[in-house]
Design a protein around this ligand. Sequence first.
Ligand SMILES: Nc1ncnc2c1ncn2[C@@H]1O[C@H](COP(=O)(O)OP(=O)(O)OP(=O)(O)O)[C@@H](O)[C@H]1O
Ligand SMILES: [Mg+2]
Length: 268
Amino acid sequence: MKVFEMRGLLIIKLGGSAITDKRRGCVAKRKVIDEISGEVAKVKERLILIHGAGSFGHPIVKEYGIHLGFRNRSQLTGYAETKYRLTELTRIILEALRSHKVPAAPFMPSSFMVAENGRLLKVEVEPLERLLELGLVPVLHGDIVADTKMGFSVVSGDQIAAYLAEKMNARMVIFGCDVDGVFTADPKTNRKAELIRVIKLSTVKDVMRSVGGPAAPDVTQGMLGKLKEGLRLVEKGIEVVIMNLTKPEGLTSIVEGRDARCTRFVPN
Ligand SMILES: Nc1ncnc2c1ncn2[C@@H]1O[C@H](COP(=O)(O)OP(=O)(O)OP(=O)(O)O)[C@@H](O)[C@H]1O
Ligand SMILES: [Mg+2]
């Protein structure tokens, strides 16, 4: 049963930096989330949303050393606490999507994904694919998943976005965060940083060298992690954009291929 066969697949990562205050524990930016939901409601393609953890995840993951893998049972308290907080953030997002009449439903990555050394190894995509075909909008998040080597590991929303894009042959992946795209240096700490509007496969390695880690706690390499995931996708011919989702009005232009302030990855 294929309902939307002709439509492309769009994957949008709602970066934790855009939807939470990464410097204060568990504070969601509800106004931004509401505005994003309003823009998302206009999308006509098949759509998967993946939210980051922001301050609902990274600090507690760090505190319990969860990103290092399973070492002792006391980490399970941190695991449970992280999941509890993530669920709370998912709920806030679902609430906003619901108010804009987006038929969204949560999919918890840890219940259908297994990683090996922090990289996704097995993903049961069938339920996701089938419900997506009907027009449902699955909402996933960066998660702590079972890991064949580490016991468990943190798999970023960025990685999940890239994995699903490849596996499900997405047309475009948008990584939304709280800055306009990739800059020559972290724009939050360097006033001279300039936006890099186009990253080509041939120049991405140079760009990576100049990109620092995250300014706020981020156990999945911040902007550098996004660049690495994006690189894999451009190599496969999938469009990749990094944009500022605290200004979600740019979303429609980007989805429709019109000019907008962001960073686009292009093949050479
Ligand atoms: N060269 C750079 N260009 C742009 N941003 C940079 C650069 N170097 C570092 N950053 C930082 O990267 C951050 C975005 O990555 P980060 O992982 O913190 O956010 P996120 O992925 O949206 O959050 P989450 O991981 O919780 O989903 C920006 O807030 C910015 O401060
Ligand atoms: Mg991140």
